[in-house]
Design a protein around this ligand. Structure first.
Ligand code: SAM
Length: 282
């Protein structure tokens, strides 16, 4: 079977299990049945997001807590999981106590759709494909730029992942009927669309207008420099980091977006980097 039919089959299996457990579920929407990520995939999945002690991991629909527990035990992170099944919440909190990490992780009986996720620096989910996409606007609205999102098996439609890993695991056959495991890593982009007034001292003594267009992580635009329109080339946005070149001009611009401001440096190939800045008029 090629990959797409296999994935559709996996979604059907997950949906079927979902119907079987429907009577256990009380919240606004059943986001998926209890199907744990195989432990063999959890560490590798987390590694994609490069977690560390400074990270705060939130797992939406945390099951027995294995993702947040592993993030704390193996990578030293903190975090919480939300889950609607009482017994799983109890199990996860007991495991945290047993592992001596209850001061860093906790599990709450809570509807994931009503959970404040703004504290996350890494957000994980293993949920039904339609749920993953229902959550898209919430993720973009509540998560800070640069937050890493890991989705097990199902993508966020229309959002180009930062990384994508395909593994074949025997453990998965019991869960979804196939060995296929897909992990998607997304990075929440800063919002940069609009008209910026930039100071590019290496190019002009006057303010420069930059028009930026954005579709999630994909950006494009042009600058108006001394009456001429200059296209942005190799324009990239990764979290709150932006970079671009100006067609026909020397220099590679990179900077950090902080709300309506950008502070950055321009590398013109000389030993000393210049600085540039911009503010958003939207
Ligand atoms: C596929 S399991 C994933 C468990 C865990 N994240 C893992 O990867 O091992 C999905 C979990 O989401 C929970 N769930 C479903 N709908 C939910 C909701 N609305 N709020 C919170 N949890 C929910 C289910 O009870 C189930 O334990």
């Amino acid at each position: 079977m090629n990959q797409i039919p296999r994935l559709l089959w996996a979604a059907v299996m997950l949906s079927a299990a979902c119907a079987a457990h429907a009577e256990d579920l009380l919240p606004s929407k059943n986001a998926g049945p209890y199907v744990p990520s195989p432990q063999s995939v959890v560490t590798d999945m987390l590694k994609l997001a490069e977690p560390g002690p400074g990270d705060f991991v939130i797992d939406l629909g945390s099951g027995d807590g294995r993702i947040v527990l592993t993030a704390a035990k193996v990578f030293g992170a903190r975090g919480f999981g939300v889950e609607i099944k009482d017994d799983l919440v109890t199990l996860a909190n007991e495991a945290a106590l047993k592992e001596g990490i209850a001061d860093r992780v906790k599990f709450l009986k809570q509807d994931l759709f009503k959970t404040d996720i703004s504290q996350a620096t890494i957000l994980t989910m293993y949920l039904l494909p339609d749920t993953v996409n229902l959550l898209r606007e919430k993720l973009l609205k509540e998560l800070r730029p640069g937050t890493r999102i890991l989705s097990h098996d199902y993508p966020l439609t229309g959002w180009v992942p930062e990384k994508y890993v395909h593994m074949d695991l025997e453990d998965k056959v019991q869960i979804s009927g196939v060995t296929t495991t897909l992990i998607y890593l997304y990075i929440v982009p800063a919002r940069i669309e609009g008209t910026w007034t930039a100071r590019l001292p290496s190019l002009s003594t006057r303010p420069v207008t930059i028009e930026l267009k954005q579709r999630l992580t994909q950006i494009s635009g042009s600058a108006r420099i001394e009456g001429r329109s200059v296209q942005l080339e190799e324009a990239r946005l990764r979290g709150d980091r932006i970079s671009f070149k100006l067609a026909g001009r020397k220099g590679e611009y990179s900077g950090q977006v902080k709300g309506g401001a950008i502070d950055g440096t321009v590398d013109t190939g000389t030993a000393r980097k210049g600085s540039w800045s911009a503010s958003l008029g939207r």
